[in-house]
Write a protein that binds this ligand. Structure first.
Ligand code: SAM
Length: 298
């Protein structure tokens, strides 16, 4: 792209050029990335780019857009460049302190709400525990959706918790969420407290790390993704302890990785306190979410 004096770029020309350039450089979703970055640079919504497609960019706008293009070419995810990701139709702030929320995680919310919204469900009022809250997506959506909830959002990372807290404040859910730093159940008072425990824990096997896209490997926090040698280190600890914190009949809902369903069902079967488990597939037909209740009698 030439930014020489005298060369004028319109929004449409720049979108076309950037899409082709990203394509040639192997950037994923090149057209969407070009649109999102240009809209961010100009302070517009994506749709507005096409309403103002003939508008020429100033030299300053062009220079700052070039900086964004360069950042994307290093592998930096578009969401960390813009600082935003939509989840459950809500605008969440994202920073490298936390995982960028993924669409698969909406399956977990859908599955939980299905259970909660059954007539006379004892789950509807919570309390809810979100283990590994990251940017706070699960805690915030549940705090906004459940009637009269009280949610505890827990994470090892203080910087992730600060981000989650900011998201809760911006999205009007801060008064219903307590933020707690710690390792799984370690900061919690012992005893059955929660009607719902949800978690999208780290579940990538350590040996798969080098095969992840560089956007993830080089930019997202490893502690949010690396689940130990078989990917199940955190899931194993969660399943073996969560029932002690669930009220009788309470629900544990976990996200997991491709190919982990069988091992996760085995881990659940080893705990007498749980009833039968249910699985949910994601958009790619991968078993992505497991749901299990603490038995009423346990
Ligand atoms: C996969 S991210 C999920 C973030 C968010 N819930 C989401 O769905 O986008 C996992 C989160 O778990 C946190 N985490 C990892 N190990 C933990 C542990 N032992 N105790 C508490 N949080 C942990 C990480 O810091 C990270 O924020």
């Amino acid at each position: 792209m030439k930014a020489d004096r005298g060369v004028v770029w319109t929004i449409l020309e720049l979108l076309r050029w950037t899409t082709d350039y990203f394509k040639a450089k192997g950037v994923s979703e090149p057209r969407a990335a070009a649109q999102v970055l240009l809209a961010h640079c100009l302070g517009l919504e994506r749709i507005e780019l096409y309403l103002q497609y003939n508008k020429p960019l100033t030299a300053e706008e062009l220079a700052s857009f070039k900086t964004l293009i360069r950042r994307r070419l290093t592998g930096e995810p578009t969401q960390y460049i813009t600082g935003h990701q939509e989840f459950w139709s809500l605008d969440f702030l994202v920073t490298p302190a936390a995982l960028i929320p993924r669409p698969e995680t909406e399956i977990l919310i859908e599955a939980v709400l299905e259970q909660v919204q059954q007539p006379d469900s004892p789950l509807a009022k919570g309390p809810v525990l979100d283990v590994g809250t990251g940017s706070g997506v699960l805690a915030v959506v549940l705090a906004r959706t459940l009637p009269d909830p009280w949610v505890v959002a827990l994470d090892l990372s203080a910087t992730a918790l600060a981000l989650a807290q900011e998201n809760a404040r911006r999205l009007g859910a801060a008064d219903r969420i307590s933020f707690v730093q710690g390792d799984l159940s370690q900061p919690l008072a012992p005893g059955p407290t929660f009607a719902l425990i949800v978690s999208n824990p780290p579940y990538v096997p350590t040996g798969d790390w080098q095969r992840l896209p560089r956007e993830t490997r080089d930019f997202e926090p490893r502690a949010a993704l690396d689940g130990g040698p078989d990917g199940l280190a955190v899931i194993r600890r969660l399943i073996s302890t969560a029932h002690q914190y669930l009220l009788p009949g309470g629900l544990l809902a976990l996200e997991m990785g491709q190919g982990q369903a069988e091992a996760v069902l085995d881990l659940i079967a080893q705990q007498a306190a749980y009833g039968p488990a249910q699985l949910r597939r994601d958009y790619q037909q991968i078993q992505r979410v497991v749901l299990v209740r603490r038995s009423e009698k346990a």
